[in-house]
Design a protein around this ligand. Structure first.
Ligand code: ACO
Length: 331
């Protein structure tokens, strides 16, 4: 089977660290509530660094670790729900910064499943286009830009960060994926862009999106609905990816789930009958960085030696959209 090889990883932790206690000065919350309901303790937040900058820094480290030159990259896939511009794309900005002159550029918006989608897209480009030797997947998030710091039910959950992976194809190697979405759940987690209003619009054609009342451009979440979706989607995505290749999930060495809430991960582990020891959890130090959470955890696991060459790894993400996705591969 044709699989992937992650040649190099990198990450960028932004300049500021916020601990749970810091929130108590401006909202009615406590370290105890945040820790027990989510598992989170601290998170990095942007100190003014734009999203593309964070992604570029992570990408430079991944390219260095892979031992390749930026000119050898054939495709850059960037994932973000918090880009700096409507246009140009984050992948174009990163291509510019890296001088990756031979890379085509694609941005994807699949929220917390973004990196899993990006890896699977990279694999398909590597598989079908002999002109592409290396793919660069970058996940960069500046969620604090779209976080409402007067809403205690969301603001404690998110952090900023970026991570990147240099990927090549690998012959005769384990690989499966299962990606999906349920757009009927779009209203459970959203952040609006600017409304359609300019000199030529009368407003008569306004179409209701069915979402709750406007909340500016801030992230708005029905935490319970997303929680319910996540605890079902996480095991189902992994199981379906495994079934496609007749793979037994017990044979996974490491599972890296999206880092939204430790209770979601514990519930999924129980449903799958897999020990929590196999799950990488770093949300205590990073909180939820949306699409960046899985590659940040990959980079930490690679650099700390938790993932070793030959290990069978499962990645599983879920998030706004609603989207979900799992990838099984050999590191
Ligand atoms: N501090 C103190 N109290 C709080 C806080 C807070 N920060 N936030 C909410 N509360 C209160 C609520 O007001 C409520 O009070 P009430 O009972 O008086 O009404 C009480 O705590 C319980 O609130 P719940 O919403 O029931 O808390 P729950 O245990 O469900 O935890 C949470 C909320 C952490 C948001 C959980 O639902 C969750 O993790 N949901 C999933 C989020 C997720 O996975 N998002 C992923 C995608 S992110 C992306 O794609 C960008």
């Amino acid at each position: 089977m044709l699989g992937i090889k992650i040649l190099g990883t990198g990450r960028y932790d932004p300049g500021k660290k916020v601990v749970n206690e810091d929130f108590t000065s401006f909202i009615d919350t406590s370290d105890e509530w945040i820790r027990t309901r989510t598992g989170m303790q601290e998170r990095f937040v942007s100190d003014g660094e734009p999203t593309w900058y964070m992604g570029t820094q992570a990408a430079k480290k991944a390219i260095e670790a892979a031992g390749i030159s930026p000119e050898e990259i054939g495709v850059i896939i960037d994932t973000s729900v918090s880009p700096d511009y409507y246009t140009p794309s984050m992948s174009c900005m990163i291509q510019r910064e890296l001088h990756a002159v031979n890379a085509m550029t694609i941005d994807v918006n699949c929220a917390c499943a973004g990196c899993v989608y990006g890896i699977d897209m990279a694999k398909r480009y590597l598989q079908t286009d002999d002109g592409i030797k290396y793919a660069l997947v970058v996940a960069n998030e500046n969620l604090t830009k779209i976080t409402d710091y007067s809403d205690r039910s969301t603001c404690v959950l998110f952090g900023d960060g970026a991570a990147a992976l240099v990927i090549a194809k690998s012959e005769n190697s384990l690989y499966s994926s299962h990606l999906g979405a349920d757009g009927t759940g779009a209203k459970y987690l959203f952040a609006r862009s600017i409304p359609p209003a300019n000199a030529f619009m009368t407003g008569e054609g306004r179409v209701d999106d069915g979402f709750p009342e406007p909340n500016g451009h801030y992230l708005c979440q029905d935490g319970k609905a997303v929680y319910k979706f996540a605890t079902r989607a996480l095991p189902k995505a992994l199981k379906t990816a495994a079934e496609k290749i007749d793979f037994c999930l017990d044979d996974l060495d490491v599972i890296i789930p999206h880092q939204a809430n430790v209770r979601i991960i514990e519930t999924a582990a129980k449903n799958l009958g897999i020990s929590m020891d196999k799950f990488v959890v770093n949300l205590d130090r990073h909180a939820n960085t949306s699409s960046a959470s899985i590659p940040i955890a990959i980079d930490e696991a690679v650099r700390s030696g938790r993932i070793k060459r030959g290990d069978k790894v499962g990645l599983v993400g879920f998030g706004a959209g609603l989207t979900f996705g799992a990838v099984i591969f050999e590191y």
